[in-house]
Design a protein around this ligand. Sequence first.
Ligand code: NDP
Ligand code: MG
Length: 399
Amino acid sequence: MSLPRQRLVVLGATGSIGVNTLDVVARHPERFEVLALSAQNKVDQLAGQCRQFSPRFAVVGSEDAAVRLRNLLYPSGAGTTVLAGVEALERIASLPEADIVMAAIVGAAGLRPTLAAARAGKKILLANKEALVMAGGVFMREVHRNGAILLPIDSEHNAIYQSLPREYSSNLEDNGVRRILLTASGGPFRRMPLEDLEQVTPDQACAHPNWVMGRKISVDSATMMNKGLEVIEAHWLFNAPSARIEVVIHPQSVIHSMVEYADGSVIAQLGNPDMRTPIAYGLAYPERIDAGVEPLNLCRIGTLDFERPDFMRFPCLRLAYEALKRGGNAPAILNAANEIAVEAFLDGRLAFTRIPEVIEQTLSSVPWEEIATLEDVLSADAAGREAARQHAAAPRKQA
Ligand code: NDP
Ligand code: MG
């Protein structure tokens, strides 16, 4: 007898993670049924996905986009109800019929729907790391309180998850873990002379050597803020103190991360840099399914290199460690300032090297506060954005 199909909601279906998710889903129509999809603006692309997967709901960012989507879909897509806005995202993330929610909206915008999925006790495939960075304590509390299952999709955290004992709980020490080794490619500017960094363009920053990703995370990889956000993400996912999370540059991106145990064993997860591997792992967990990923050819790769990250070249990594140590509202402010600075860089309004400066200035200008509730998180996010906008608009201080 075949099992009932798992009903899936994809938040951020038109993005890089969303598209890869639907690619894996399309390989296993007997396992998965698409219940709801969302996008912000890319209505044409979402209409194509709706035609292919016939979801019951499609959510877009505005009423205007909803009208455009309905015009594209009706009458043939009459089975899909089109909705708009954040409440609609929260609604599809917590539909009683949903089994799995893929959280793949980029940035702080993903927090509320991802939290709604946690409150509804869903199996959450978490790509949207910013949600966890800004709201870690609040988010994990809802996960535990409501019996949600949180599976990391970020390739490093997925690798760590796979390298930890299956029954992992509580903390690293109780599981005999000494360190988490988070690998990083070092991005496109690992070897560029420091004095040339100021002039780099958005397209250069988005040309990642190993991964094809959305533009925001690509810039984060170039500054290594992505790795900083991942240090904070690992802290919350695995209840790991920052001193036990070490970043190692590994330019080939073949080892996706490692766990070092007290007896000296180091367990790693390897694979080609293809997000369909962690996505398929999360979708089918605890089973394994085909993801359409090329087999790893170690003999062709030949060499795996490792080096220590340089905090002078990558100040964003240092800032993220500092924000994690400071706790309270600091990670939410770090994340908010980063989103504003990256947006300004992508719009051509801010030099690449100003990104860490804006974040550092924001962290020192917004007062530290405790975070206890979602409202605290949202107000830290708003304060961080406001301060970062001002710092990004101000002329650069002379050294
Ligand atoms: P993309 O920019 O490619 O896609 C983002 C998705 O979110 C799109 O569907 C977009 O809709 C939607 N979206 C954008 N803004 C909003 C908003 N304000 N409200 C609702 N939806 C919105 O991002 P990625 O797929 O690269 O990344 C998604 C998340 O996954 C990020 O948090 C990233 O850090 C994480 N991640 C990504 C990896 C990757 O390989 N790409 C690897 C590891 C983690 P539209 O297309 O209409 O604009
Ligand atoms: Mg990653």
